[in-house]
Design a protein around this ligand. Sequence first.
Ligand SMILES: O=P(O)(O)O[C@H]1[C@H](O)[C@@H](O)[C@H](O)[C@H](O)[C@@H]1O
Ligand SMILES: [Mg+2]
Ligand SMILES: [Mg+2]
Length: 281
Amino acid sequence: MDDVLQNIMDHAVAVAREAGQVVREALCDEKQRDVMTKSSTVDLVTQTDQRVEHLIIQSVKKKFPTHRFIGEESVAAGEACVLTDDPTWIIDPIDGTTNFVHSFPFVAVSIGFSVDKKIQFGVVYSCLEDKMFTARRGKGAFCNGEPLQVSDQEDVRRSIIATEFGSNRETETVEKIFSSLRNILNIPVHGVRGAGTAAVNMCLVASGCVEAYYEVGVHVWDVAAGSVIVEEAGGVLMDVEGGPVDLMSRRIVAANNGTVAHRIVKEIDAFSPTRDDGRDQ
Ligand SMILES: O=P(O)(O)O[C@H]1[C@H](O)[C@@H](O)[C@H](O)[C@H](O)[C@@H]1O
Ligand SMILES: [Mg+2]
Ligand SMILES: [Mg+2]
């Protein structure tokens, strides 16, 4: 299985690089950044998101015809979001579509690969920075081949925390997001940042630049690849109320260590969006 998995991962890296090239080229063509909307007027999608997801899935199907897929744009088009024990590619063709539309320079292709409902490897290609983040379970995390290690900071007051505002603008949700943000700023922490993509935020945790990232409202395709990259860089994952993380729950804390993660959890005003797999929370 070892060599088989490596072969699959090599293909993921190659197709992520190819997809990144398409995204870079599309940035120079206004038509390819024309905006459509999904769950809300600020939940954006472009033909490039759809084209890139199609490219990745077709490429994988040719080589691994029995594998299954969970892709952001396929789910948006009505496909089921179900994780089984079968080998499954979990794909976000453009993580940071809003950034892409505005040429804000953090845009990633994110590919996680799961077997027995466990993420085996993750590939995040931050294509405008040309940074290829990779991690295979038990084998470490890397950026462009260089090993990654989370920050060793234990004191949240000396930390940078990353988060995002998401695309839900219902009053109650916005209130909760700001309540968490206010609590965390008031700890006080050194700073709060957000790259505009969950995958890149998680890679920043893995790289040791920020101590923790949290968000309520993400989807499994935003965080599948990043989850193994964070863990393999020595970090921890947690639910926003401190329990074990569930990638379908749309809630995540990714941190350099348990001390920082638990401290952040205390300040998060948690809520439960509809799960990706439609199960009850
Ligand atoms: O839709 P894409 O794939 O760009 O992904 C999402 C981001 O990754 C979130 O962190 C972020 O909060 C946004 O919800 C954003 O939509
Ligand atoms: Mg995304
Ligand atoms: Mg996306």
